[in-house]
Each structure stands twice: as structure tokens, then as C-alpha cells.
Design a protein around this ligand. Structure first.
Ligand code: NAD
Ligand code: UGA
Length: 465
């Protein structure tokens, strides 16, 4: 079966870039991305392509090439469902903030709404693709809804989790390590799998397209994120031991990463991992394991989150301890707010938690990030509910200039690994700071020796001061 029309529900960080790349690589397929959020769709349609709502290197070029040709963004969800043979669901699946499973389980209400809408609208058979990250066995819920609330149409459900990382989304989508497609192992299910394989085969080598049963595919996505996050927590746990023993965590990472069984990636010690998914997906794994009574399994994975929370706290404590145990009334300059470089996404960014901790200690935090807006920074902080929004506005300021942000500060804290931070005129920054001038490098990107030669007191992750 050759697919000619695709609809994707959800025009976010995954739906937008993923569909843009499918449209670029498959000019014969009409791809329509829909969302309830009118402002988001308007931004995707902005004539000035630099204003699209997701910042990703290379993405605006891909959108500019395909938009209006075979890539469309719309708020008319019903029409797009009706016209498509294959429907991707790429809506948000955040951690539940209420009721049963609060703080751990994935909130599937948006997924269910999509399923009900597809069932109501569909007047022909459809292939429904889970692109969102979902708890294992969600496909059976979807099937139940589609079959019981629909118009008697046939639905095949595929799981096709997305493995792109933000900041490298376009690269990852153009040349993925693998594409994973899970489906029913029946004749109809295998046909549906084949239809999606053929879409990806337009640019992904066949041997990189893995097919499995639907449950393995769903669980593999949670597992992949859990393994990646576990590596970060593992190296972060050892970073503290390094600080006490004069071992250097960067050297330890290099030493173990050259073992081909371990590999060099995801061994960079940091202020803690952030992003919309690692924490949410591990908590979900913990919740699922506990719901099957597998407490040892749940405890094992929960430790990855506990260690990450500890690492964020440890970083803010390090700042406080080194500033003579009080930061009250002191200016701390933050370089970076995004959860990693090359993205404007701030979800679960370590910077939010470090700022919150320092604000509790009555510090004046001033933030500069090359891509994150002032409004987003306040939204992130207000969301924690630690203090009134007016108080947040009073004690945290956002400044558009990196030199201005550091002026008169007691300390600079590097929270995101943006490349530009390395090439600043650090002598100029030093001259304008209070003394002793401290740099707390939460990403280990700075040249420690060069900074020390200028006169800074430098504190990194995983090396003795
Ligand atoms: P997002 O919040 O950026 O986008 C989701 C979009 O879905 C929002 O714009 C929202 O308005 C829209 N939406 C919700 N319900 C809708 C409905 N009923 N009809 C139409 N639109 C609706 O989320 P995201 O970061 O793109 O993540 C989406 C999914 O992909 C999540 O399950 C996430 O775990 C997974 N994922 C994310 C990443 C990532 O890097 N962000 C990577 C891999 C997988
Ligand atoms: C991660 C996965 O890498 C993707 O494969 C997955 O698709 C995605 O989650 C998802 O499901 O949402 P992402 O969160 O965008 O992608 O970015 P990562 O590069 O994985 O970084 C996550 C966090 O870990 C960042 O805060 C990063 O700074 C931190 N990190 C990463 C480290 O602290 N050290 C490392 O060595 C690597």
C-alpha cells in the first residue's frame, strides 16, 4: 500500500519537525499538521519562516522548502483526519498532576480525545500511528475507543516512537540510527506496518527500519530514554566522588567511554538532565512497574530521578557554600536557561530548579539565554508555585546582553552549554564583577585554566576546586 495523505495531530516539538522532514523527503505525500493551538499554527504558517514556533538548526529551511507544496499547517482537525489515510498522534503526554498516579503516570487525556475524534470523523479505514511516547499497552486502549465509538471503520494501530533529540532534531530525522515500527502481527497489521515502512524507506536505509510487535515498540521508547538518562545520572553520581578525591570526571568519562562496550556518548557530567521527556518517561516506567507489583524494578529506575534531583540541589548548594554560606541580596548571573543548547525549549530545565533554590535563599538572579524569552522564564518559575509571580518578577530579572547580565555579579553560573559562552571576553566580564569573582560551570564547557589566569575562582562539576 502506498500512502498518499498523512495527517499529524499535534504541531509541537515532535509533530512539526517530524512531519516537515517527511514532507521534504516524500514530495508525493500530502502532509497536514493540525493543532488546537491557533497561535502555534499561525506561527508555523508565518510568512517569515524564522518565526516558526520551534527553534531547531536547519528546520526553517526544511519548512520553507515543503510548506505550501505538500506540507500544510491547520487548525481544522476534522478535515485533516477525514482526508488522511494515515494519522499520526503526536500530542503531549505529560506526567499527571492530579488524581490516581499523580506525579508519575502519563496523562493520556489528550491521546484519548484524539482517538475519540478520529473515530467520530473517520468515514473510511485508517492507519493510526502512535508518535507520542506512551505507556506500554496504550494501543489496546486506542483500539477499544476506535472500535467502540467509531462508524464501523477498520483501524490499524501502529507504534512509531520518535527518538529525535532537541537541538539536533533535523539531523536525527534525516539520518536516524533506526526507525522503530510496531504493529499487530496479523495480515492486516503487517500490511499497515509495511505501508509505514515504505514512507520511511524514501530516505532511511531498509536495514535501519526495525519492525516489532506493538508492545515491544511502545516499551522500547520508554526503555531507550531510561537507559540514556541512567547514564547521565550514573556519571553525575560519580562527579561528586570525583570532587572529593581529585579524580577528574572528564578524564573518567574518557577512560570508560573508550571501552567499546560502554561507548563515549551520554557520559557528560552536568548540573542535571532536563527536557520534557527523561523524567516523565522514567516516572511512567516506575508507575507501570509498580502497577504490576514489580517494586524492585520500580525502585531501580526511580533512583535515576532521585540522583538527578540531588545533582541540581548539589549545584545550587555549591554556589551558596562558596559565597560564604549566604547568597541573600547577592547577584548571581545565569548564562543559559534552556535545558540544552540549540533549543528554545526549557521544559524541566535544571536552571529552573537552581534558580528556585537560590531565590529561596533571597538571592537576586539575573538570566541571559540566547533563545529563551523573558515570558517563558517567568512562566517556568511561576509554574513551580514557590512564591507569587510578582515576587518572581522582583527577584529574578531577564537581561538581553551577556555582559550586562554579569555586571556587578558575585558569581556567574553556566546552566546551558551554549557555544557562544566560551567565546565571550571573559577579562571584560571579570573587570565588571564583584571580587572575588566566581564562575560555577554546570556544564564543564569553560576553559578553567584561562579563567583562573584572569583571576576567577572556578568551580566545575566533578573536579576538585
Ligand atoms: P508539545 O507539547 O510540543 O506538542 C504537543 C501539541 O499537541 C501541542 O501543540 C498541543 O496543543 C497539541 N494537542 C494536544 N491535544 C490535541 C488535540 N486533541 N488536538 C490537536 N492538537 C492537540 O509536545 P512534544 O514535545 O511535541 O511531544 C509530543 C509527544 O512526543 C510526547 O508524547 C513526547 O513524550 C514525545 N516525544 C517528544 C520528544 C521531544 O524531543 N520533545 C522526542 C520524542 C518523543
Ligand atoms: C532525549 C533523547 O536523547 C531522545 O532520543 C528522545 O527522543 C527524547 O529525549 C525524548 O523522548 O523526548 P532530549 O531530551 O531532546 O532527547 O535531549 P538529550 O540530548 O537527550 O538531553 C537530555 C538532557 O540530558 C539535557 O538536559 C542534556 O543537557 C542532558 N545530558 C545529556 C547530560 O547532562 N549529559 C549527557 O552526557 C547527555
Amino acid at each position: 500500500m502506498k500512502i498518499q495523505s498523512i495527517c499529524c495531530i499535534g504541531a509541537g516539538y515532535v509533530g512539526g519537525p517530524t512531519m516537515a522532514v517527511i514532507a521534504k523527503k516524500c514530495p508525493d505525500i500530502r502532509v497536514t499538521v493540525v493543532d488546537l493551538n491557533e497561535a502555534r499554527i499561525a506561527a508555523w504558517n508565518d510568512e517569515d519562516v524564522s518565526k516558526i514556533p520551534v527553534y531547531e538548526p536547519g528546520l526553517s529551511d526544511v519548512v520553507a522548502e515543503a510548506r505550501g507544496r505538500n506540507l500544510f499547517f491547520s487548525t481544522d482537525v476534522d478535515k485533516a483526519i477525514d482526508e488522511a489515510e494515515m494519522i499520526f498522534i503526536s500530542v503531549n503526554t505529560p506526567t499527571k498532576t492530579y488524581g490516581e498516579g499523580k506525579g508519575q503516570a502519563a496523562d493520556l487525556k489528550w491521546i484519548e480525545l484524539c482517538a475519540r475524534q478520529i473515530a467520530r470523523v473517520a468515514k473510511g479505514d485508517k492507519i493510526v500511528v502512535e508518535k507520542s511516547t506512551l505507556p506500554v499497552r496504550t494501543a489496546s486502549t486506542l483500539k477499544d475507543i476506535l472500535e467502540n465509538t467509531g462508524n464501523g471503520m477498520n483501524f490499524q494501530i501502529l507504534s512509531n516512537p520518535e527518538f529525535l533529540a532537541e537541538g539536533t532534531a533535523v539531523e536525527d530525522l534525516m539520518a536516524p540510527d533506526r526507525v522503530l515500527i510496531g504493529g499487530d502481527q496479523t495480515e492486516e497489521g503487517l500490511k499497515a506496518i509495511d505501508a509505514l515502512v515504505n514512507v520511511y524507506a524514501n530516505w532511511v536505509p531498509k536495514e535501519r527500519i526495525l519492525t516489532t510487535n506493538v508492545w515491544s515498540s511502545e516499551l522500547s521508547k520508554l526503555t531507550a530514554n531510561a537507559f540514556l538518562a541512567q547514564r547521565v545520572s550514573s556519571i553525575n553520581s560519580l562527579s561528586e566522588l570525583c570532587e572529593h578525591t581529585e579524580a577528574d570526571v572528564n578524564e573518567v568519562s574518557r577512560a570508560i567511554g573508550t571501552d567499546s562496550r560502554i561507548g563515549p556518548k551520554f557520559l557528560k557530567a552536568s548540573v542535571g538532565f532536563g527536557g520534557s521527556c527523561f523524567q516523565k518517561d522514567i516516572l511512567n516506567l516506575v508507575y507501570i512497574s509498580r502497577s504490576y507489583g514489580l517494586n524492585e524494578v520500580a525502585d531501580y529506575w526511580e533512583q535515576v530521578i532521585i540522583m538527578n534531583d540531588y545533582q541540581k540541589k548539589r549545584f545550587s548548594k555549591k554556589i551558596i557554600n562558596n559565597l560564604y554560606n549566604t547568597v541573600s541580596g547577592k547577584k548571581i548571573a545565569f548564562l543559559g536557561w534552556a535545558f540544552k543548547k540549540d533549543t528554545n525549549d526549557t521544559r524541566e530545565s535544571a536552571a529552573i530548579y537552581v534558580a528556585d533554590h537560590l531565590l529561596n535563599e533571597q538571592s537576586n538572579v539575573v538570566v541571559y539565554d540566547p533563545k529563551v524569552t523573558e515570558q517563558q522564564i517567568y512562566t517556568d518559575l511561576d509554574y513551580l508555585g514557590s512564591r507569587a509571580p510578582e515576587e518572581n518578577k522582583e527577584s529574578l530579572k531577564v537581561v538581553n546582553d551577556p555582559y550586562e547580565v554579569c555586571k556587578g555579579a558575585h558569581a556567574v553560573a553556566v546552566l546551558t552549554e551554549w557555544d557562544e559562552f566560551k567565546s565571550y571576553d571573559w577579562q571584560k566580564i571579570y573587570d565588571n564583577m564583584l571580587k572575588p569573582a566566581h564562575v560555577f560551570d554546570g556544564r564543564n564547557i569553560m576553559d578553567k585554566k584561562a579563567l583562573r589566569d584572569i583571576g576567577f575562582k572556578v568551580h566545575a562539576i566533578g573536579t576538585a576546586d
